[in-house]
Write a protein that binds this ligand. Structure first.
Ligand code: ASP
Length: 311
């Protein structure tokens, strides 16, 4: 039975420090190494765990080069016979984007678990150590698979997870779908099945990240117009995602510009800007619809689809 868990560090608040332990917001992210984070969890001592620093950044600054490297390192470790699962420590700001990217590229048969913290490592109420412990529990769970986010005692599928709060410790939600499971005192209480999918594969992203297609997000809103879309197309955008109102509706003054972009060969993907729900009964006739994806997931989807053309 494989029993080693590999923890890949990328930074974030979980690795952040502040000079004042009572300061929950005035900290600097990505200061502590992943080895330090591991050492701060006594319950993990003596377990078969390896730690590797892949990056050290505030995830608001996440970039495609780091995604490429992270996917490659995660795939390498997941393929090792002795490894049962991989944990990624990550900032919360873009955790849902990294989770979806990894799920689409790797859709791993073993668990690939992202976790982080809403309080820095120095805080009075730091949540990082418990989240890390829970993430390792999920990485060791027999039968677990796919990319999941473990946070505040809940296990979320990459497809469903959204950061829904800027400050609370339980900052993530799976919306209508609900969490896959809860982690309680080192045991999982399961609610539904693990996420499965068909991986696009590392070959899809084996291009110089600087040359990956540029996909930009625009939104429909009161007072919207087409000038932003026209400027993006003129500026060389390769694809556009439109965060539409409600069930995919678009402002009259915006829609013609999006159609012009599509006609000019810049694909446009439509999704809802609502925090919950999907596009229901919406046809692709107006513009292709990404039924269940958030604007940020749709951006990844379109970029990966354009990468099939060679980056
Ligand atoms: N800005 C931080 C980050 O995303 C926030 C966090 O980790 O909670 O890296």
């Amino acid at each position: 039975m494989p029993s080693t868990v590999v923890i890949l560090g990328t930074g974030g608040t979980i690795a952040g420090t502040a000079s004042n332990p009572a300061d929950n917001v005035g900290y600097t992210a990505a200061q502590r190494s992943v080895a330090d984070l591991l050492a701060a969890v006594p319950a993990l001592r003596g377990q078969a765990i390896e730690a590797e620093q892949v990056a050290q950044l505030d995830s608001k600054d996440m970039d495609h080069a780091t995604w490429q490297q992270l996917a490659q390192r995660a795939a390498f470790h997941l393929a090792r016979a002795e490894v049962c699962g991989v944990v990624v420590t990550h900032g919360t700001d873009t955790m849902e984007e990294t989770a979806w990217f990894l799920q689409r590229v790797l859709a791993p048969a073993k668990p690939l678990v992202l976790t982080g913290a809403m309080r820095p490592a120095t805080a009075l109420q730091t949540d990082g150590p418990q989240n890390l412990l829970d993430a390792v529990t999920v990485a060791r769970e027999a039968g677990a698979c796919g990319v999941v986010v473990v946070f505040a005692g809940q296990v979320h599928a990459a497809q469903d997870v959204r950061k829904v709060h800027s400050y609370r410790l339980d900052a993530f939600s799976s919306g209508d779908a609900g969490p896959i499971a809860r982690v309680e005192e080192g045991r999982l209480r399961r609610h539904r099945t693990w996420p499965v999918g068909t991986p696009l594969g590392l070959a899809r992203i084996a291009f110089e990240p600087a040359s990956w297609p540029r996909v930009e997000i625009v939104s429909s809103h009161a007072g919207a117009g087409g000038a932003m879309v026209d400027a993006l197309v003129a500026g060389g955008a390769h694809g556009l995602v439109v965060a539409a109102t409600g069930n995919g509706s678009l402002h009259n003054a915006l829609e013609p510009a999006l159609r012009r972009a599509a006609t000019a060969g810049v694909p446009v993907l439509r999704c809802t800007r609502c925090a919950g729900g999907a596009l229901v009964g919406v046809s692709d006739a107006m513009l292709p619809a990404a039924a269940t994806l958030s604007p940020w997931q749709a951006r990844i989807e379109l970029m990966l689809s354009l990468l099939a053309g060679g980056g």
